[in-house]
Design a protein around this ligand. Structure first.
Ligand code: CMC
Length: 432
């Protein structure tokens, strides 16, 4: 719970003065509690894009955009990416503490034993067009889970919420891998419960019945790190979407499907696909200045994908870890010299020195490097955002659970600054 600071904020306009309490978070700026503003003063606040608005209380993730800091339940992302595993991070996000060895084993067993999909879901996959974007399939199949798992949709039953949580974390790799298999026209590969979470995912994506496939441990580690780095990110667009959908008491599968849909956009999770496509479009180092000039041109909507972030105005701590991983994976695969990578390295160098990017604090974000790793592992660009969705499912469901258990939670219902026509009378068609 946030602490009441005892300090109040006062807002004066015309003859009216309103006093509002201020709360102190564990970390980050104090918060003015404006909940009674409309009732007491008949005014709204205006904050498109929520740049200054805290929409909820949360104890899960903290970001300090100026310091370039990201904490899951207080633990720095760098330490988790280095020492932990994605499944342990899921436990941490959901339950608030690092698990004991016994708790981790029990949680891993529960996740592992829910990895298969209801067999009838195979038909559901087959209903999609072959050329469907895997993100469209993931969105549809996650939403359809509410039609297959009726026994975990009662949001008022804590046990059902728990089962839905485990099911989502366990089944999302299978859903994403099958979306990929369907997309490329290969047979679905069933999960292997003796494999780790990341290894199993790579196996479901890249193995075929015709020959044995052994997952490289370095790629498994890189995949696991990508999952950890994307697991949660405070009240970003897709997480806020999950919370907003959940605030109407919609079932958890419907809420996570809403999150998947929101993540798809190129300004959010879709940036990893857009970034690699941009690097390929640039093609050669000599064309970079043309693209830098376009990014600066106000009359051109083009933006350098993989650069900039709403919250990080120093550097994206996930990008630092991801860069190390990219070097490791590319070194292992012996592809340090491919043209896309050369363009990426040179673009990064130029953008970090260019006054436009320096002044606006536009640094490479996590998506700049994650696409390079996923490409090297062998994923097509269309799979980048579904992989982000796989990882973010852990954060979405943790935030959803926290919201449902919060007694101050209400249906989300923003107000507006209305600028349409004032009252006018209907005119019949003949008189218009
Ligand atoms: N290339 C060129 N100019 C940019 C870029 C960019 N990538 N990003 C921001 N700017 C400029 C923008 O034109 C504006 O300039 P001015 O002040 O002169 O009008 C200024 O920087 C601030 O931009 P903004 O749009 O007000 O910033 P925002 O906080 O609303 O947007 C963003 C954040 C991530 C949507 C934006 O930086 C962007 O579109 N980046 C490219 C897409 C991308 O890589 N997204 C992935 C984000 S990380 C993954 C995730 O968490 O989802």
């Amino acid at each position: 719970m946030a602490k009441d600071t005892g300090v109040t904020a006062t807002l004066t306009f015309g003859d009216t003065t309103v006093t509002m309490p201020m709360s102190r978070p564990t970390l980050g700026p104090d918060v003015v509690d404006i909940r009674k503003l409309y009732a007491e003063a008949d005014i709204f606040t205006y904050d498109p894009g929520f740049t200054s608005t805290a929409s909820c209380e949360s104890a899960i993730t903290y970001i300090d955009g100026d310091k370039g800091e990201l904490l899951y339940r207080g633990y720095p992302i760098e330490q988790l990416a280095d020492k932990s595993s994605f499944v342990e991070v899921c436990y941490l996000l959901i339950y608030g503490e690092l698990p004991t060895a016994e708790q981790l084993k029990d949680f891993t067993d529960r996740v592992t034993n829910h990895t298969m999909l209801h067999e009838q879901m195979v038909n559901f996959f087959r209903g999609f067009r072959r050329d469907a974007h895997p993100m469209a399939i993931v969105c549809g199949v996650v939403g359809a889970m509410s039609a297959f798992y009726h026994d975990s949709t009662d949001i008022f039953d804590p046990w059902q919420r728990e089962v839905a949580t485990i099911r989502l974390i366990a089944k999302i790799p299978t859903i994403v891998a099958w979306a990929y298999k369907y997309h490329v026209g290969q047979p679905f590969v069933y999960p292997q419960n003796h494999m780790s979470y990341a290894e199993n995912f790579l196996h479901m994506c890249f193995s075929v019945p015709a020959q044995e496939y052994k997952v490289d441990p370095i790629l498994t580690r890189a995949m696991d790190r990508i999952f950890t780095l994307h697991a949660d990110h405070e009240q970003n667009a897709s997480t806020s979407t999950v919370r907003l959908a959940g605030s109407s008491q919609a079932n958890p599968f419907a809420c996570i499907a809403a999150g998947v849909a929101c993540l798809w956009g190129p300004a959010h999770g879709g940036a990893n696909q857009a970034c690699l496509e941009m690097l390929r479009e640039i093609g050669t180092v000599d064309r970079i200045p043309e693209y830098i000039a376009r990014a600066k041109d106000k009359s051109d909507p083009f933006r350098l994908m993989g650069f900039g972030h709403r919250v990080y105005k120093n550097f994206d701590p996930r990008a630092k870890v991801m860069k190390e991983s990219a070097d490791e994976v590319l070194g292992l695969l012996g592809i340090e010299d491919n043209p896309t990578l050369q363009v990426a390295k040179e673009l990064e160098r130029i953008a970090l020195e260019d006054p436009y990017f320096v002044e606006k604090k536009l640094y490479p974000n996590v998506d700049f490097y994650s696409g390079i790793i996923l490409d090297a592992i062998g994923f097509p660009t269309s799979m980048f955002t579904p992989i982000f969705a796989l990882a973010r499912t852990a954060g979405w469901i943790s935030q959803w659970k926290e919201m449902i258990a919060d007694p101050s939670q209400k249906i989300g219902r923003p107000r507006q600054l209305y600028t349409g026509a004032a009252h006018r009378d209907y005119v019949s068609v003949a008189e218009r």
